[in-house]
Design a protein around this ligand. Structure first.
Ligand code: NAD
Ligand code: GLY
Length: 362
């Protein structure tokens, strides 16, 4: 069985990402290798725990840990301080001390919340990420952004806190609903568009294999995406510059989510729409050829993701984009693709002109 290893080099906060197929049972050994000990509090939810807790428990037990499960309700609407309290309750009930650790078993919601619990409980205990959605495997489990939502904004409370290890078993994706799977495909395409032309070409060639969830193709794509994200995080851990490139497609994607009340599109679908618009804008600004723009749109469409902005007046998009005070005062920092495989950030003041370039409701 192929197991890829991606090292994230951040001095004393460095860690490994192990990517394989059917390697969930090696979690206990990986935690040992990472120098962990004591009780392993596995934070998961009512969807994922019934599928994978038994295997995780067995592996941790075999390696000499004391596994306990903290199972939370499932959904982004639970990514809040009340659910965080449930995690703290579970940690205290299990008597977790500084010599113990947390395992996040689930998608990005679980990873972000469990990571923030680890960053804050007893002023910080170690944690390990076991992401089980494609989006969390290629994005949220790597790089140490943790947190919860606040009624006044998404991901407003949080910390940069790196995991001690990440274990990715691509066979866990076999139980993932199709729409959730496609959201991860969108984030994978993003890495190719703004950071790696060779990876984009691989996706053009092997896209359908990925859609069939071919294990070897998934290991390759997830490893490459993690390697790209690792290099970005190593260069700019706290998002002072380069890391913002990972927000490609997110600016208009967020506007779509806001205007549709977070119900019509999943986050990854909204980002896919945002990426198509970003490619159109990049072409108009002269940063990429028409052919490059068309390749980006064609791949997103071919792999089953939406491409057009939902039918709201341009002024509604402008309003959604200018919500942020910083944007109103200094203009919008918009992430463009430079050809395919590179990027540039552009300060945009005229949001009306930006919306004229976009494709609404087609
Ligand atoms: P999610 O965690 O809500 O998971 C999506 C759904 O799939 C959930 O119902 C979940 O229970 C279910 N699920 C998970 N694994 C499964 C499996 N193997 N089989 C069957 N069902 C499974 O959503 P997500 O897309 O993974 O993550 C979105 C979250 O990630 C958002 O809160 C976002 O803010 C956050 N995020 C964080 C970062 C970061 O850098 N920290 C980056 C991107 C996104
Ligand atoms: N998903 C954006 C980041 O990790 O920075």
């Amino acid at each position: 069985m192929t197991v890829e290893n991606i090292h994230v080099s951040l001095g004393e906060r460095s860690y490994d990402i192990k990517i394989g197929a059917g390697n969930l049972g090696t979690l206990g050994a990986l935690c040992r290798e990472a120098g962990l000990s004591g009780t392993a509090a596995v934070v998961s939810n009512t969807t994922v725990a019934p599928l994978y807790w038994e295997r995780v428990r067995g592996s941790l037990q075999e390696a000499g840990f004391r596994p306990v499960l903290i199972s939370l309700p499932d959904g982004e609407s639970y990514k809040n301080s009340r659910t965080l309290d449930l995690i703290y309750d579970g940690l205290m009930d299990a008597g977790l001390d500084r010599g113990s650790f947390i395992v996040a078993l689930g998608g990005g919601v679980i990873g972000d919340m469990a990571g923030f619990a680890a960053a804050s409980y007893l002023r910080g205990i170690p944690f390990v990420q076991v992401p089980t959605t494609l989006l969390s495997q290629v994005d949220s489990s790597v790089g140490g952004k943790t947190g919860i939502n606040h009624p006044k904004g998404k991901n407003m409370i949080g910390a940069f806190y790196q995991p001690r290890a990440v274990l990715i078993d691509v066979t866990t994706l076999e139980t993932l609903p199709e729409r959730e799977f496609l959201c991860g495909i969108g984030e994978i395409i993003k890495y190719g568009v703004v950071l790696d032309a060779g990876f984009f070409a691989f996706l053009e060639e092997k896209g359908e294999l990925l859609l069939r969830r071919d294990r070897e193709a998934l290991i390759h794509a997830v490893s490459r995406a993690c390697a790209i994200k690792a290099r970005v995080v190593e260069t700019d851990e706290r998002e002072g510059g380069l890391r913002a490139v990972l927000n490609y497609g997110h600016t208009l994607g967020h506007a779509v989510e806001t205007l549709t009340g977070y119900t019509r599109y999943l986050h990854g679908e909204a980002v896919a729409i945002g990426m198509v618009q970003a490619a159109l804008i990049s072409e108009k600004f002269g940063f990429c050829s028409r052919e490059d723009g068309e390749r980006i749109t064609a791949l997103i469409k071919r792999l089953g993701l939406p491409t057009a902005l939902p039918d709201f007046p341009p002024a509604a998009y402008v309003e959604a984009l200018s919500h942020d005070k910083k944007v109103r005062e200094n203009g919008l920092l918009f992430i463009c693709n430079q050809g395919i495989g590179d990027h540039r950030m552009e300060r945009v003041n005229d949001l009306n002109a930006l919306l004229e370039i976009c494709r609404i409701g087609e």
